[in-house]
Write a new protein. Structure first.
Length: 459
């Protein structure tokens, strides 16, 4: 027993700064759970709950997060769901610290873990019933395991599959980490990892095909890309055929609404077509329009993507895409109203079955007020994220210019940095910018920056 106490004391002394930050992060999450009971809701939340009770592939979102919520159904508490999400947020911070502290000075590892542990918007995201926290944890764990000298490639592949089936933006990461192993001249691990990742994804695709007779894991790729291109698409320049011309918007681009309105607004050209928005025919039509727009106006498309991407790096936090969505990312001062649209109302009915009671968020003071005040001051500005992302390539370039001997293996920072860039660029390229899409990028970017602090001569 004495030896256990001695070892524990040595561990605490060695990692005291990180343990202090971790404790502060845990306290923030406890206060959040006391202030907003049992959870915070987002429009997507209700769709996930429908899939919990009607297990089948959704046309818009893969079912991974719904299965996660299903696993916690025996607790009959959305408070339990967000409690687990808060634990995943803390675990993500611990993974960043552990991966960095093995290679760099501990102060750098502590700094790398601090944003995910202490950022108020990260804490708020964990309290929302959405897939992003689970997705972030799965991706960070996969990347951290990939940095090991003897990586468990089957586990990495399964984690990436789970991430892809939680958010489809995880799909490119499968190819990215396979490329990482190939750069390390680990051909067999790359093949095994690919197989472990693709088998579950293909199996889900088979389930999706059996359900809808459509190839893929979602049925909305064309619709979302169409909405993305409507920020610049000019039908006079595109000259679309008659069947595509019905999707044109005669307004000049500067007078058009945000991209998401072309998916959900009742007066959107796509929504006014017969049938639901995500039928095979409608999605194919939207996809053809989008590809024609990209081919006809490639520079406009590139400029639109860069404009959306640039929203990730502003110092402030301007309202976007609209006040309603922006408001979901703020800790509320009053209990949010129940959902208004029918699909959400149906999800709310099923949510009451899950909770075995009412599901409305109760705002409890003074805890809620403490978190609102904290959110006013404690966040990672987008400009700071840009600087963090620029650190690894800048350090690598400096070492190359200074004549440092090139390593025979890729630098450890490359894997998390490339994953961060992919997760940051993909949503603006195929859908649109959203503040919550940026937060899972932060731990990867911070880990990459911390790993550049290592001695370039070390192995």
């Amino acid at each position: 027993m004495r030896e256990v106490v001695r070892v524990a004391g040595r561990f605490v002394r060695r990692h005291r700064w990180f343990l202090g930050v971790l404790a502060a992060g845990a306290l923030l999450r406890v206060v959040t759970m006391l202030g907003f009971r049992p959870a915070l809701w987002f429009p997507d939340s209700y769709t996930y709950i429908v899939t919990v009770f009607h297990p089948r592939p959704d046309l818009v979102r893969p079912a991974g997060y719904s299965m996660f919520v299903k696993l916690l159904e025996p607790f009959h508490s959305f408070g339990a769901v967000v409690a687990v999400q808060h634990l995943l947020g803390l675990a993500t911070g611990a993974l960043v610290y552990w991966a960095a502290a093995r290679r760099v000075r501990r102060w750098a590892a502590v700094l790398a873990s601090a944003p995910v542990l202490l950022d108020a918007y990260q804490v708020e995201l964990e309290h929302l019933l959405v897939s992003d926290t689970l997705f972030m944890f799965l991706v960070v764990l996969a990347v951290v395991l990939a940095l090991a000298d003897r990586p468990k490639v089957v586990t990495i592949g399964l984690l990436l599959a789970a991430a892809t089936l939680t958010r489809t933006v995880g799909l490119p990461l499968i190819a990215l980490l396979a490329g990482w192993f190939l750069l390390r001249r680990q051909v067999r691990p790359a093949v095994v990892m690919l197989a472990a990742a693709l088998v579950p994804v293909v199996a889900y695709g088979a389930w999706f095909y059996a359900t809808y007779q459509r190839v893929g894991i979602v049925g909305a790729n064309g619709v979302f890309l169409y909405a993305r291109t409507m920020s610049f698409a000019d039908c006079e320049r595109m000259d679309p055929p008659p069947d595509l011309r019905v999707l044109c918007d005669p307004r000049p681009p500067e007078q058009r609404p945000p991209s998401q309105e072309y998916i959900w607004a009742k007066d959107a050209p796509l929504v006014k077509l017969p049938g639901i928005t995500f039928t095979r025919e409608t999605d194919a039509l939207a996809g053809r329009f989008a590809l024609l727009a990209v081919r006809s106006q490639p520079l406009d498309y590139a400029g639109s993507v860069l404009s959306e991407l640039g929203r990730s790096f502003v110092w402030g936090r301007p309202v976007y895409p609209d006040q309603e969505i922006y408001g979901y990312y703020q800790f509320p001062s009053v209990s949010p109203p129940p959902p208004g649209r029918y699909p959400a109302r149906h999800g709310a009915e099923l949510a009451r079955r899950y909770e075995r009671g009412e599901i409305g968020t109760r705002v409890a003071e003074p805890y809620a007020g403490w978190m609102r005040a904290y959110q006013d001051v404690a966040r990672l500005p987008g400009t700071a994220l840009l600087v963090i992302l620029l650190v690894p390539p800048a350090v690598a370039a400096r070492r190359r210019w200074s004549g440092t001997r090139a390593a025979t293996r890729p630098a450890p920072w490359l894997a998390p940095w490339a994953a961060a860039v992919v997760l940051l660029v993909t949503p603006p390229a195929v859908a649109e910018f959203d503040y919550r899409y940026v937060l899972p990028v932060v731990p990867l970017a911070c880990l990459a920056a911390a790993l550049t602090c290592r001695n370039p001569q070390s192995s």
